[in-house]
Design a protein around this ligand. Sequence first.
Ligand code: NDP
Ligand code: 2IT
Length: 452
Amino acid sequence: MAVTDHVGYAEFMEGVQKRNPGQPEFVQAVGEVAEDIFDFIADKEIYHEYQILRRLVEPDRVVSFRVCWEDDNNNIRVQRGWRVQNNNAIGPYKGGIRFHPTVNRSVLKFLAFEQTFKNSLTGLPLGGAKGGSNFNPKGKSEHEIMRFCQSFMTELYRHVGEDTDIPAGDIGVGAREIGYMFGQYKRITNKFSGVLTGKGLEFGGSRVRTEATGYGCVYFAQNMLERRGQSMDGKMCVVSGSGNVATHAVEKIIHLGGKAVTLSDSEGFIFDRYGIDQEKLEWVKEHKTHRRGRISEYAKVFKGSEFHAGKRPWSVPCQIAFPCATQNEICGDDARTLIGNGCECVSEGANMPTALKGIRSFKDAGLLYGPGKAANAGGVALSGLEMSQNAARLSWDEDQLQQKLRELMQGIHDRCVERGGIAGSDRIDYVRGSNIAGFVKVADAMLAYGVV
Ligand code: NDP
Ligand code: 2IT
């Protein structure tokens, strides 16, 4: 094959911009990864020759479909659904489903792209995908949620399967929604298979899957700290979000002796000067998951806490920050505020919560900075273990799975260290480490397949 002219990073990104108009989140995610990959493959002609990066930024397919459902007042409602199957070089497509009004093609393409690197980094045989809908679950009745999930699966079922594509939860999709979708899949196909992960324990779900993302992202912080001879003990922690990832991050912070003082949702954040203990956390879980309440209520229930409407928690001084809500929730100014207040470590439970300017600030300040594709990979890793259990028709016990989660997070951390060393320093660039480690496995599998 002829030696190709190398396209530089700037020219490559210009092409990505041009081919993906109106998709800022996708372009942002590609830009962050491509910078490191260009550097890494500068002297590796084969990756250029086979256009590996150019192929990785073009999803294998994007399926877009209509989702019709009937609300409680018998109005016909129409939503848009998608499944973005980014890459299946190292395993079947795998990634969550998000129900949120901000969901669009750009958001799902960024998430599916990130997922490809994240899943590779886990060391498990999982490709990358993401799906979802612009459906807003807020304020919907139980039956409306059920009808929507069933209608969503009525189309999605033809694109997924236990060896093809295995969706799971994400924002707005938890155990309840997975149950409705699994029930509909089973009904349509007459198959009981591990087509979704995050299932209830009664029908093939795995222990520890619910906790895995939040716990994993605190383990990742702990791993980064331990490498510097430090621990979580006594550390002041600021957490955003109050959903699955945030609440389980707080739980693990408590287990490891840290002090979590904030939680948030789309309306603002609460600050609890006494710290969020297990009892208060149980209230939050019940309030957010079962009563679908707002986090502002926390300040009315617990003395010593206050609610800050319309604000994010990054102005609260802390040593460790755990962004666990959504993308781009830490902008450049927020990052500078965190650094100015003495923050030493950031571990991302959410996907791409830090904007590019924020990442640059964290790197320049030498923070221990664990990007989402590494720090929040515990969730999908446990999903991988749920798939293994389903395939074997077994269910592993709690202790075994808790131990496996710790090992998986340590493995992910160590792969970042292996690829992310900074010359002339003992510091690690976890962004570069995760991007390169995630890339190499996928790229080498793609080389083995030839031009497909
Ligand atoms: P949940 O739906 O359980 O919770 C989401 C939380 O984030 C809620 O508190 C929500 O507030 C808040 N939030 C969502 N969107 C916004 C927004 N646009 N602005 C401000 N706050 C917002 O989702 P998860 O906890 O599962 O997911 C949180 C993050 O973690 C996401 O980035 C997700 O992609 C990522 N993640 C999740 C994994 C999982 O296993 N669940 C695995 C890996 C990553 P409100 O209630 O007001 O909407
Ligand atoms: O972003 C993610 O990694 C998830 N939402 C979990 C995906 C999964 O398949 O468990």
